[in-house]
Design a protein around this ligand. Structure first.
Ligand SMILES: C[S@@+](CC[C@H](N)C(=O)[O-])C[C@H]1O[C@@H](n2cnc3c(N)ncnc32)[C@H](O)[C@@H]1O
Length: 259
């Protein structure tokens, strides 16, 4: 099964900080779990405007949604020295956005204005099939989110991480830990995206179905992958790059005008 069967238009209602490839990655997990389980429970760390909740609020197969977001107005991020701003960040605003989606079932959403590691073990039943980690983008927070959210997963579950190349050190540490403790966990990467996922609980059927959607077992979380990403971003942010790119585009436009 390929990504052509996935409907990206479900993301049209609310702005989401995900690329088209990220969305295909996330939709493919939804499709695979829906097909394998019939129904599924979704948990998200970091919901902001509700953009990444869109595919789940209208989906009948999604029985319950847990959204964990302490709603800070700014947060640290591995990419920047200064904190990243989230103006007007609130659960109420998220619900206002979600309410505009026709047929959205908002009753099934339970929100927590807290960090995942502040939740008690019985705050969420151990029935989450699909978890998406997209909260504070620091290695420390991603590690804590992984450990905290793990408490709520069902026996076989998929945990996806956004901006995976920003927090490669955390993913590497998680992988080392799982290699020692859980030989059944499988790491996968969706090419040309920022999404990595872990299939937990030994579910070869889920892994095979994700691979059918284009997921790869070769996961770019080495030290070199992190350094390369950092270098690319630094170059793209530099003034020289903007200048050279501007000149290049100008030249290309000039050349195409001659044809
Ligand atoms: C990148 S945005 C999420 C975007 C959203 N998933 C989407 O695709 O539309 C990050 C969110 O993480 C939240 N956040 C910050 N620190 C957090 C923490 N410790 N735990 C959970 N969420 C956090 C912020 O409030 C913000 O809403």
């Amino acid at each position: 099964m390929g990504t052509a069967s996935l409907d990206l238009t479900v993301y049209r209602w609310i702005q989401s900080e995900t690329s088209a490839r990220d969305r295909l990655a996330l939709l493919s997990i939804q499709a695979v779990l829906g097909a394998a389980l019939g129904t599924y429970t979704y948990l998200e760390v970091g919901s902001h405007l509700g953009g990444s909740l869109q595919p789940h609020v209208c989906r009948r197969q999604c029985k319950a949604i847990f959204s964990i977001d302490p709603r800070p107005l700014e947060q640290p991020d591995e990419r920047w020295k200064t904190a990243y701003k989230y103006e007007g960040n609130s659960t109420q605003r998220m619900f206002e956005h979600l309410a505009h989606i026709p047929e959205a079932d908002l009753e099934k959403i339970k929100t927590f204005e807290a960090c995942s590691w502040e939740l008690k073990p019985d705050d969420i039943p151990k029935c989450v099939d699909y978890a998406f980690i997209d909260g504070e983008h620091t290695n420390k927070a991603v590690l804590r989110d992984f450990e905290a959210v793990r408490r709520f997963l069902s026996d076989q579950a998929v945990m996806a991480f956004h901006d995976s190349l920003v927090t490669v050190a955390a993913l590497r540490a998680i992988r080392h830990g799982l290699d020692r403790s859980d030989s059944q966990a499988r790491f996968l990467f969706f090419p040309n995206s920022q999404v990595v996922c872990i299939v937990l609980g030994g579910a070869p059927g889920l892994v095979a179905s994700l691979i059918d959607f284009g997921w790869q077992t070769n996961v770019p979380i080495s030290r070199w992958a992190g350094a390369k990403r950092w270098l690319n971003e630094s170059i793209k942010r530099s003034r020289a790059y903007g200048f050279i790119r501007g000149r290049w585009n100008h030249r290309r436009r000039g050349q195409s005008g001659l044809c």
